[in-house]
Each structure stands twice: as C-alpha cells, then as structure tokens.
Design a protein around this ligand. Structure first.
Ligand code: M6R
Length: 361
C-alpha cells in the first residue's frame, strides 16, 4: 500500500522523520548524556578495549558505514574506517582481536556481507550488526548489534534505511564516546542535535516543490559530478549512487580537494556539479572549489546551510551539530534523484538490472 504516493521511493523518503524518531525512541539517557543500546552486547570494559573499528557493507550501506566511521572517530576517538564487505573478504585481511567489526545491512541477507561476517567469526573476531530486518541472517550471526528501525523498505533503492543507519551510527558513536573521552557537555550537545533531526527532516521535505523544479533544470545532463569534503564526501557518494540507480544518468563522486588532481578536466557546462557545502571548518575550502568550477563555466547546485554565491542554485538545509550534518544533507538529493527519474519516465521502484537484496556473490 503506497498510501497516496506514486512510488515506494517517494513514500519511503517521506517516512524519514518518523523513522528517525523510532530509532531514537527509548534510547536516550539524559542523566548520563548517553544512549542505551539494548542488543549491543558490549560492556563498558569491552568498549574501552576496542583499538580500531572496521565497518563492512555494500552499496548504500557501505556509504552509511563511511559516515559512521567518521562519527565514531570524531566522537569516540577510535581509529575507524569502512570498506566494501566483498573486497575485504578477498584481500585476506589481518583480523585483529582488538578491532570491533560492524556489518551494515538493510536486508541482513546480502551474501557478501554475510560471508565476511562468517569469515570474521571463524577467525575469532567480535562482530556487531547494524541491520534493519529483524531476525535476518546477519542479525543472527553477529554477536550483538543495533536494529536501525527504519521499518519495511520496499523500493530497491534505499533511502530511509540509509538515514536510519547513519542515525544509528550517531547513537553508537555517542555511546562509545561517553564510555571513553567525550565530555558530558558534548554528549548533551549531540543528544540535542539528535532530537532536532525529525523536525529538520520535515522542514527539508516541505521544500519538495523547489527540488522538483531543480530536477527539471539538471535532467538534461549526460553526466554529473558530486563533490564534498570529509563529512560531506560520503554524502556526495551516496547522492551519486542514488542518481545513477534511478535515473541512469552517469554520475561520479570525488572529494572536492581531488578535483585539481584530474577530474577538473571534465568540467564544462554539460557536466553540472552537485556540491555538499556544510557550514563547518571546511566552508572556505569548499567555496574555493566552487570558484574553480565556476571559472571553467561549470553549473553548480549546492546543498548548503546558506546560499552560495558561486552556485547557480542552492538548496538550503537546516544546520545541526557539525558531526550530525551528514544525516540531513543527503535528503534533498534523494528527492533530486527521484524527480529526475520521474521526469525521465524511469521505473523508479525497480530500476533495471538491480535487485532489492543481493543474496548471490
Ligand atoms: O540489504 P543491504 O543493505 O545489505 O544491501 C546493500 C546494497 O545492495 C544496497 O544498499 C544497494 O546498493 C541499494 N540498491 C542502494 O540503493
């Protein structure tokens, strides 16, 4: 039942404020400025002993993991990174007893992720799951974890689950941070930020008509460039994947800082750029990248906290805490992908060649 929406993708994009609310419900502990994650199965002593975090997933879940790794490194100061589960398994990785492994999956059935979990378990590693489908294979085979509570996601293209995964990583980063060196004041600040998210998501979605118009402006592109830096880079990667999957427009994502090392050669009016420009410590650097693109007559659509003069268009999103901004900045670009695909008459819920869960290698 699509409840008045023309596609599940549209419905699921609009369910995000409620979905995030569900991910937060019952988990916040104001007394200690932390969160409770019931199924984590990792006591304080274990959490303190973690020396590294390695996050494994595929596609959108891998991108959520990249944001998650940054959140954990920033808030808990544990060296963290994300890697595609399939690649990890085939490069005979060093499996380290002091590393906490986290498998991320909407379906909980993705073969490459499940196989990585089984290989890690066989070698004695501690593996947690960050999973949407309750009781799925990955949820069952991990030592504990976090359910992301996005609710059923039907569209092949993941939207609300991505958002809830990133929120769940925010909760985990806060939890690990407060067991280690994150102060009460910072804990409070992050909790306040988390609580603001549902209303801010509704605010972004209320801007839908403007994003639909913008999709019309850029739908003629043969190829699009997505750029961001540090916190914004995985947002750019996910937005680029979303556009490819539903519209079949070619898109590339680069760190803005890498443009001058090659991809700047591609910039011309027929190759528009979508730039993630948060109001954080990299704002001036991001603005300089916009200038470089403008100087090569590139068209620019910015997603930012304030109107960007160098951009042809800016989608202004509400500001949250710097660490949590990535949760919000991708949401208008889900709508951009949706409206671009719609204008092109694509089969939005079932893009060609793709399956909702990839249970084969
Ligand atoms: O169910 P999973 O999260 O493990 O699925 C992983 C990917 O196959 C999935 O995210 C895929 O990239 C989607 N089509 C993204 O929209």
């Amino acid at each position: 039942d699509m409840g008045g929406h023309d596609t599940y993708m549209h419905k699921e994009i609009h369910e995000q404020a409620d979905a995030v609310d569900r991910a937060l419900r019952g988990r916040i502990d104001d007394r200690f400025s932390t969160v409770h994650l019931g199924g984590l199965n990792l006591d304080a002593r274990d959490a303190r002993a973690v020396r590294r975090v390695k996050i494994l997933g595929c596609g959108t879940s891998y991108h959520a993991g990249q944001i998650g790794a940054q959140m954990i490194e920033e808030l808990a100061r544990i060296p963290s990174d994300a890697e595609p589960a399939s690649e990890f398994r085939y490069r005979n990785p060093v499996v380290d007893p002091d590393t906490l492994y986290i498998a991320v999956s909407q379906s909980g059935e993705t073969y490459d992720v499940l196989a990585a979990v089984q290989e890690l378990k066989r070698k004695g590693a501690r593996v947690l799951g960050l999973v949407n489908v309750v009781g799925s294979a990955i949820a069952r085979e991990t030592d504990g974890g976090i359910y992301v509570h996005a609710g059923p996601e039907v569209c092949v293209v993941s939207t609300k689950c991505f958002t809830n995964m990133v929120v769940s990583f925010g909760l985990l980063a806060l939890h690990l941070g407060r067991i280690r060196d994150l102060s009460v004041a910072d804990g409070k600040r992050i909790i306040e930020g988390l609580r603001k998210l549902p209303a801010q998501i509704s605010e972004i979605l209320a801007n839908e008509a403007e994003i639909e118009k913008l999709a019309g402006e850029y739908a003629d592109a043969k190829s699009m460039m997505f750029i961001g830096r540090v916190r914004g880079y995985p947002v750019a990667r996910e937005a680029s994947l979303k556009l490819k999957e539903v519209s079949y427009i070619h898109a590339e994502a680069y760190p803005a800082s890498e443009l001058k090392h090659g991809p700047l050669a591609l910039i011309e009016p027929a190759m528009p750029t979508v730039a993630i420009v948060p109001d954080d410590e990299l704002l001036e650097k991001n603005r300089a990248a916009l200038e470089e693109i403008k100087a090569r007559s590139g068209r620019i659509l910015a997603v930012a906290h304030q109107v960007q003069e160098k951009a042809d268009h800016t989608i202004v999103v509400p500001k949250n805490e710097d660490e949590l901004d990535p949760i919000l900045m991708g949401i208008p670009l889900q709508l951009l992908a949706y409206y671009t695909a719609k204008a092109m008459g694509r089969d939005i819920d079932k893009p060609r060649n793709l399956a909702k869960s990839v249970t084969v290698e």
